[in-house]
Every structure is written in C-alpha cells, then in structure tokens.
Design a protein around this ligand. Sequence first.
Ligand SMILES: N[C@@H](CCC(=O)N[C@@H](CS)C(=O)NCC(=O)O)C(=O)O
Length: 204
Amino acid sequence: MKMYDYPAPNAQKVRIFAHEKNIRIEYVQVDLINHALRKPEMLAKNPMATVPFLELDDGLVIRESRAIIEYLEGIKEGPNMLGKDPIEKARVQELDRLAELGLMLELGHHVHNISPFFADKGPQSKEASEMALNCYKKNLEILEGLISGDEFIILNRPTIADCTLFSTFTFAESIGVEIQKEFSKITSWHKKFGERKSAKSNEK
Ligand SMILES: N[C@@H](CCC(=O)N[C@@H](CS)C(=O)NCC(=O)O)C(=O)O
C-alpha cells in the first residue's frame, strides 16, 4: 500500500502510528506547496485535495487520517493503539480529540487566516487568527491537567493520542508557536516521545 504524503501534521500522525505498529507503507511525496493535489489525476483519487490518503494494492483509496488509522489498527492487532476495552478506548479518544480538535485544528485555523498559501480560500482575518491561537493556548493548559503519563500521555504505552499530539507540536514549531515552558508535563512528554524512532519519521 502507498500513502500520499507531505511533512504536514495529519500525514505525520499516520506515519508515527504506522511506525509504532510496525506496518510497512510506501510513502509517495506530494508537492503540496505547488498544488499538486489539485491536479485532475490526484483529485480523481482524493477530491478533498488533502494529505494523507492511502491507496491499497487493489486500488482502493482511503481518505482522512482517522479512517486510515482505523484501517491500520484493524489489519494488525498489536500493539493496540486505540484502546483495548471501552474505558481505554474512551480515555484515548478523549485525549486524541483534545489534541486534534483543540490544538491541531486551532493551529490550522490560525494558519489559514495568516498564510498567503490559503488566501484563495476566502477572506482572511487577523482577529480570527488571534482567536484560534488563544483557543490553542487555553486547550494546552487543559491538556497539561489531563496528561497522566510521562513517556506516553496515557495508558503507559503509545496510542493515537501521542501520535496526534506530537505531530501537532511539529506543526506548531514549523510556524513559530512554542510550547510554553510552564507546561512541565507536556514539555517532558514531548522530549521523551521525541526520542522514539517513530517520532523522527518527519525527518527526511
Ligand atoms: N481531516 C483531514 C485533514 C487533512 C488535511 O487538512 N491535510 C492538510 C495537511 S495536514 C492538507 O493536505 N492541506 C492542504 C490544503 O488544505 O490545501 C485528515 O485528517 O486527513
């Protein structure tokens, strides 16, 4: 199977996940900056014109990072990364949603409102970019109070929540947003998780 890829947060999240599960994927780099995803042959595979998307050997295409992750978890049992029972699943999902919706998405809103790359999507607003950044910071504070692990944010093993959070911070760094030092649990987790091989999968 192939994954259409770019050093961007949702793609990195899947790469870290696949690496932790030891699933081999062929990564195909897409020239996202030069709008390669908007070419007809790419739109035929993925009309959403985003990465990542996965193409199976029989040609079936799976779009949306979470759908890809569910597929990868389904084809290989161990290590379990989405939760083994209803309580684990709920707790992992809770933190993953906070990382994705409360952090990654807010950073996305921030960038959509300031970057020339997204200028053709609609009117950009300085106020909207500031509001998104404020929400991001508020949610970081909430996350600091919810992290229950040290090397992993929950369950003492890698889960999707680690993958989402780590790729969110890679994205944050790339746009000059730092994790404030006062969030000691987040900072310590980030340093430790960053030492894992899977976390280095954005380095080409
Ligand atoms: N909900 C989608 C979001 C995918 C997404 O927004 N990908 C970004 C990179 S992380 C992208 O391709 N952006 C290009 C664009 O919006 O033009 C998913 O999780 O797969």
